[in-house]
Design a protein around this ligand. Sequence first.
Ligand SMILES: *[C@@H]1O[C@H](CO)[C@@H](O)[C@H](O)[C@H]1NC(C)=O
Ligand SMILES: *[C@@H]1O[C@H](CO)[C@@H](O)[C@H](O)[C@H]1NC(C)=O
Length: 435
Amino acid sequence: MLSSQERRHADWARHLLLLGGLLALMREAVCQDLRERVEAAGVRCMAEVEGGASGPAFVGCIDREVDVGHHNRQYFEFIRNFSCAQDDLGTPPERRTVVTVPVGYDACEAAAAVPSKPGGGGDVQSPHQDFDYLPGVLPAGNDIVQEADMDVQQAAQRCTELADCKGFTYQSKSPFESKATMFFKSSAYGYRPDPKWHTMLRKKDETCTVRDPGVVEEMRSFHVDIIREEPLVAMVRGFATAAECDELVAAGGAWEGMSRAYTSSGGFSQERRSYSSNIYPPLNDPQDGITRLTALMFAVTRNLTGYVVYPQGQEPVNAVLYKIIGDEYRPHCDGDCAGSEHQPGERIATSILYCRAAEKGGQTSFTESALKVVPAEGDMLLFAYRYPDGKMTRAEAEHSGCPLRAGKKWIATQWYREGVSELWNWEAANQQSRF
Ligand SMILES: *[C@@H]1O[C@H](CO)[C@@H](O)[C@H](O)[C@H]1NC(C)=O
Ligand SMILES: *[C@@H]1O[C@H](CO)[C@@H](O)[C@H](O)[C@H]1NC(C)=O
């Protein structure tokens, strides 16, 4: 038997549950109602505006029809979902242009444009003219030999005598005065900042091959749709040939082997349903097809954005496969999108090369103004998210991959960072900034 007090508590609990359930139902109903209103408005508006179910005019029309007081995330996602479900041609460009850029990877061009010293604090004077000093560590691996109780001058001497010595790394309080155990390395790969470690890297003695002025450079021209001027959203039509795409897709590995990428972070829903793998362009081989294609992405991006971006020190090309109906990437930003001051080495632009396009769905949309691009195979989307005044964008750069409705979609994403170099690469930059 329950006491009367226990009965009262049980009654209360039942009432609270009921109330909670009712509130949830009401929320659901309000939400359902808003979705239905957005969808109904969507049908009317897409008949009315140029560009079908996309673009600022379309959002403006829905705003008027639905008459919502405030724009929350859910409202924009209803619009996005509606827009994704339509098979129109996407947002018409504000203007069209042609860019012409040189083909080929020129390591020297980058070396001249980007300082090789770390962006975040490498102002220590090197104690040896043949070596650069870096505040950090070269990780385990690539060891030639290690020597205990040696000072920096002795170690520099030793390194120049060793075949293949690219530099040495050591742990000590002060970078130059004390003796330490020196680890001599055959590669500078993997350098990262570390307050307890120091690295001396041999300066490269290779001289850059200057382009012969008598030789006509190979150039390529592309038609570009400028869909939004600032922050830039541009579609480079026919960026890659079928052969170039085939080579890239092959480099991304077997589709069965690509790993499922579910990502969830930040304050709001950022879901990702797709498969991905990384492609590392062999920058030591300028004739390699993937090196050349990557270099071309950077050349086009430099031209369209004016950003000082080069292949060295960048993140690998990220291959992403959408293969099951419903695979999508919900609205998200690739870099900072809180309007902060840009940090050196932080992501500032993204390009997406569509090598296999979906038969239906799989478009890329921008949440805030419902811009939508419908790719053909070989097209490359480029969007930038740093303003000329050095501030990062806000929601203007938020974008999504629409759900796949038929076929498969395979894209190669390249993120662009300004200020990274072979020595101070994206991993080093990541330790100092947010993206
Ligand atoms: C939008 O569509 C996705 C599926 O693609 C769904 O999970 C999500 O809940 C929808 N968003 C809203 C606000 O209904
Ligand atoms: C971009 O390309 C166009 C056309 O080829 C050229 O006129 C322009 O100077 C280039 N801009 C930059 C910043 O390289």
